[in-house]
Design a protein around this ligand. Sequence first.
Ligand SMILES: *Cc1c(COP(=O)(O)O)cnc(C)c1O
Length: 458
Amino acid sequence: MKYIPEPFKIKMVEPIAMTSREERANILARAHYNMFGLPAESVYIDLLTDSGTGAMSDAQWAAVMRGDEAYSGGRSYMHLMDVAGSIFGYSYIQPVHQGRAAEKVLMPLLVSRPGQLVVANTFFDTTRAHVGLAGGRPVDNVCSEGLDSAKVAPFKGNMDVAGLEKLIAEHGDDIAAIVMTVTNNSVGGQPVSLQNMRETYEVAHKYAIPVCLDAARYAENAYFIHEREEGCQDRSLRDIVAEMFRYGDMFVMSAKKDAIVNMGGLLGVREDGELAEKVKSNVISFEGYLTYGGLAGRDLEALAVGLEEGLDMDWQRYRVGQIQYLGDQLEEAGVPFQSPVGGHAVFIDAGRMLPHLEWKQYPGHALATQLYLDAGIRSCDIGSYLMDRDPVTQEEQQAPFEFTRLAVPRRVYTQSHMDVVAEAVTKIAREPEKVPGYRITWEPPVLRHFTSRLEPIR
Ligand SMILES: *Cc1c(COP(=O)(O)O)cnc(C)c1O
């Protein structure tokens, strides 16, 4: 079979706009060449993110109608607690409005002194920002395979455990927490093995450092473990997820990814003790009362259903298969990408694809802009443009990679959309030197990629 067919049928459709190249050139200039500034209506295939962009199932929409909007102790909250408690096995679980809300609540409780380190297999950008806002210093410590886009390895998202021990030897008490991101979004949606999660947890435990899972893609990670890790082929995704969560003391989760809701998040603490009490107090101040956490009752209900749907084996086989199908076509065309492809996206190595551009000309962003201009496809930079400046020196920081990320929304686009994407990228790869670099003309102090203004270097 060329690809794994959709394990669903279509019950509702949304027309998408076709624009001309000339229209797109004008739209790009008006948006100051920022992908986040484009009106979504002018995008043909939107691969900006897989976050909150999925299509809910008929079961989720039916659940929306059952939402209980009681301020406190609602039935939908109880339903979500039953489902999340049984999947993740933590004794305190808190709904929040999205992943970064969980980070905002939790990070100040972990970083107790300014300048303390928080070490991750690689931080996602908002998680990195919240460590910084809490006064901590985020440190990335991914395994060496994760940093070589051409090298094929099964678990390129893993923590470098030896590197972690070295950091602990050097900094001791100054490490506030360890964050394990599954899948490791920033290095290409790459999975983390159970073995690596176990070893990391053992090291952390030995030195009494808490481990926080950043578990937005709990289900895709479990699927990769099912496919690739020795002895896991007969295990259910639910069983694998239960083991993954044993190697953490707490978790933050954007439910906009694998739980397939358009808005929502969770924060979990394994023991309902002192830390959980502090979480509750922050949540009431920032998010809302404990039994809704900034969400409507109908959102809680849809999330309860989505958490389970994410764990369906046929769904995950298709999901990961769709990304692989896109990757296979790019590979045939000789386009370099973080290989093997990740769970939610293909990360094109724009640094290698556009070797005439320096990192300070943002090759990942340059390719994203070209893809929109040529074909109406929206993607984004995961490279030096995304990296904020050094908070102390204000110098530009070079990212380990210059990626253009093609993130695929869940249950939204068909295989023929993937063909259109592959064709557009292949065309650019034939004449890469035609793609101009970019410079920033205005930027905010943090999370600059969302609102910066840019212009092409002619
Ligand atoms: C999306 C994401 C977040 C942040 O979640 P939001 O819901 O966008 O606030 C944090 N960590 C990872 C790994 C993510 O993918």
